[in-house]
Design a protein around this ligand. Structure first.
Ligand code: AMP
Length: 259
């Protein structure tokens, strides 16, 4: 498994891969972008990529541009050795793990902005978040040049925005959605779950349990608040129910399809 730390090094590796069979189009490159602190949700994306690709690329980059809260950025979990173990186990060919200055040679003067979907739900409470996401994903797509890129439905709004960007800019790749992996108690797997106290972790599955069962989004909000959650939003939109809550300073999101 190759570990590449700069866009330049990655591009050189990518060109070698292409040369192995003569031309780029003949190798299917499956790409899974992440911020590390990998769990079984990430692993399910890697498995899908492995099954559908000749070459699997994982990126690990905690993208400063998408954090509106510096404290959240600082405290984002980092588990580099474990991440590499999971990557090896899942048959990853190359890990791209750049440093921020190498990804933002322009100091983030250039960005990708969407001005509709990105203003609601998480976009409403995290100003600039989706500009940061779209900009870094655009950069990663240019460097990695994948055939397919895999994104979790756990971050459903992000998935929709990335699909929209791919269409808007005629990017030559396919976006593959992967369903949300959950713990046995229903809690959506998330790197941020590691930051929960044991008490918070015990209460967190209620988020999923409540949004699945409640008869309306208002009812779900009432129940969550009654159980002591600080609710950012609960909203029904396009046959899905979306939720974001704070447990202490940790913000958790989830969404489910409505029946
Ligand atoms: P992150 O490292 O949190 O930025 O996530 C990287 C990718 O993994 C994104 O496409 C996420 O949607 C996806 N992902 C995160 N958690 C899960 C999960 N529980 N199930 C499926 N995909 C997930």
């Amino acid at each position: 498994m190759k570990i590449l730390e700069t866009p330049q090094a990655f591009r050189e590796w990518r060109e070698e891969q292409a040369k192995l069979v003569g031309f780029v189009a003949s190798r299917r490159v499956g790409f899974v972008p992440t911020m590390g602190a990998l769990h079984e949700g990430h692993a399910s994306l890697l498995k899908r990529a492995r099954a559908e690709s000749d070459v699997v690329v994982l990126s690990i980059f905690v993208n400063p541009a998408q954090f509106n809260d510096p404290n959240d950025f600082q405290k984002y979990p980092k588990t580099w050795e474990q991440d590499l173990e999971i990557a090896r186990r899942e048959g990853v060919d190359a890990v791209f793990a750049p440093r921020a200055p190498d990804m933002y040679p322009d100091g983030y003067k250039y960005k990708v902005t969407e001005n509709e979907v990105s203003t609601v739900l998480c976009g409403a409470s995290r100003p600039g978040h989706f500009d940061g996401v779209l900009s870094v994903v655009m950069k990663l797509f240019q460097i990695v040049q994948p055939t397919k890129a895999y994104f979790g439905e756990k971050d459903y709004q992000q998935l929709s925005l990335i699909r929209g960007m791919v269409d808007a800019f005629f990017l030559p790749l396919e976006i593959v959605p992967v369903e949300t992996m959950r713990e046995a108690d229903g809690l959506a797997m998330s790197s941020r779950n590691r930051r929960l106290t044991p008490e918070q972790r015990a209460q967190a599955p209620r988020i999923y349990q409540i949004i699945v069962k409640a008869s309306s989004s208002d009812e779900a909000r009432r129940q969550l608040e009654a159980e002591g959650f600080k609710v950012d939003y609960v909203l029904d939109r396009e046959n899905r129910r979306f939720v974001a809550v704070f447990m202490g300073e940790v913000r958790l999101i989830d969404n489910v399809e409505l029946q």
